[in-house]
Structures are given as C-alpha cells and as structure tokens.
Ligand binder design. Structure first.
Ligand code: PGA
Length: 248
C-alpha cells in the first residue's frame, strides 16, 4: 500500500509575515496527519520554511531547479543549493514552467536528473492542455513527458521520485478533472512505468493536481491510483490545505 502525500505549490505567492502564520498552522496540525505533507515555496523563503518546519512532520521544497550544477547561469539555482536548505522535494516540469518559460521535455529530464543527483526527490509534473484532451491525445502527451525522463534517467530512478498528473485545463481554473478522468490517466501512467519495472510502478506515488479543494479531495484520493495531491490555490489558505491533508 502506498502512503499518500499532499504537497502545496505556493507558486509566486507569500511574504515573510504571511508565510510564518501559514507554516506555523500547518506544522501544528501535522502532528495529526496520517499522510505525508510538504510545501514547495519560492526560493527566498526556503530558509524560513526550514527554520519553521525542521523537526516537524512537514517537508519543504522548491518549485524549480537548474539543470546545471554550477556556473555562469545568471538567475538560476542549483540542486545542491536546494539541498543545503534541507529541501526534500523539488517540482520539475510544472506546466507553467513548460508553457511560460519554454521548458522542453529534454530540459525537464535534465532538471529531474540534477535533482536526483543532489539527493532531492523530484516531483515530475505532466499533463495535457485542453486542446490536446479534445484532440484525444492526452495519453500520448503524458506518455511523451514521462518517457523523456525515463529514457534519460532510467526507470529505476522513479524509485526516488514522485509523479504528478496535472491537466493544464484544471490548474487554477476551478475545473477539476473528475475522479474517474484523473484515475484513468494515473492508471495509464502507472501502466507505462510497469512496462519498464512492475515493482517501481507499484511503489510510485502519483499525485493529482488541478483545482483540488476540500470539497473534491476525498473523492479524488479514494481512487486506487491517486496517491495524494499537488495543491496550488488551496495551499495558501490554511483551513483549505489542512482539510485536504486530512482528506488524505
Ligand atoms: P491549483 O494549482 O490547485 O491552483 O489548480 C495546482 C498546481 O498548479 O500545482
């Protein structure tokens, strides 16, 4: 049986004052969580997350990482730097990174490898646009995004990673995939990994992301291949995030 994980993706939100209140609430509530919980915060707040959460049941991480180890890459942050702040997780290939910053499957695969190399657990995000869903190519799109990583790092690398299915049309839109729509894609992804290594596939946590709210979390998390959630908007509201964690 896989453990559930609920990871918050704060995106570019927060302030020192607001974060402290939110982190403190989550940390206090986490003593009662049955599932694992994490927050992925903007880079400048990693030290704050570390100070607030160290020794608690809540892990922290970043939302992006450079594919390079070091060098003349102005504005970039390496995986080793994230590890210095005791990050457990880092998101790679979030759809906003792919769409707004032109991250290709190849770049995402390199970021995934860099994260693993530094001992971080990458949360690999995959998902189709509304046009791709309507064209009936959802399965092909998420398989392509997954395969780029598996070809580069090997299927065994997924032992140290988390996968997140986030349909682009459901992110921040209030339109959640139905539990069955999400389950279908999760099963497809797990099946694809199983084609390489059945045991890795069985153990792999696959999160669903895209307008997860307290009102729909339970139904989503009840599906056999949905192992928790990647939470955007609702991760910024303590009540909502805690309710979603309890649903897991
Ligand atoms: P959302 O974002 O929960 O606000 O839809 C999810 C994500 O982008 O990870």
């Amino acid at each position: 049986m896989r453990n559930k994980l609920v990871a918050g993706n704060w995106k570019m939100h927060g302030s020192l004052v607001a974060n402290l209140a939110l982190l403190t609430r989550i940390k206090e509530a986490a003593t009662g969580f049955k599932s694992a919980c994490a927050v992925c915060v903007p880079f400048p707040y990693l030290a704050q997350a570390q100070a607030a959460l160290a020794g608690s049941k809540v892990a922290w991480g970043a939302q992006n990482v450079s594919e390079h180890a070091q060098g003349a890459y102005t504005g970039e942050v390496s995986a080793v730097m994230l590890a210095e702040f005791a990050c457990r997780y880092v998101l790679v290939g979030h759809s906003e990174r792919r769409a707004l910053y032109g991250e290709s499957d190849t770049v995402v695969a390199a970021k995934f490898a860099a994260a693993l190399q530094a001992g971080l657990t990458p949360i690999l995000c995959v998902g189709e646009t509304v046009a791709e869903r309507e064209a009936g190519i959802t399965g092909a799109v998420v398989a392509r995004q997954l395969d780029a990583v598996v070809v580069n790092s090997g299927v065994a690398a997924l032992k140290h990673a988390v996968l997140a299915y986030e349909p682009v049309w459901a992110i921040g839109t209030g339109k959640t995939a139905t539990a069955q729509q999400a389950q279908d894609v999760h099963a497809l992804l797990r099946g694809r990994v199983a084609g390489g290594d059945a045991r890795v596939a069985q153990a792999l946590q696959i999160l669903y992301g895209g307008s997860v709210k307290p009102g729909n979390a339970q139904e989503l998390f009840a599906m056999p291949d949905i192992d928790g959630g990647l939470i955007g908007g609702a991760a910024l509201v303590a009540e909502d995030f805690l309710a979603i964690c309890h649903a897991a």
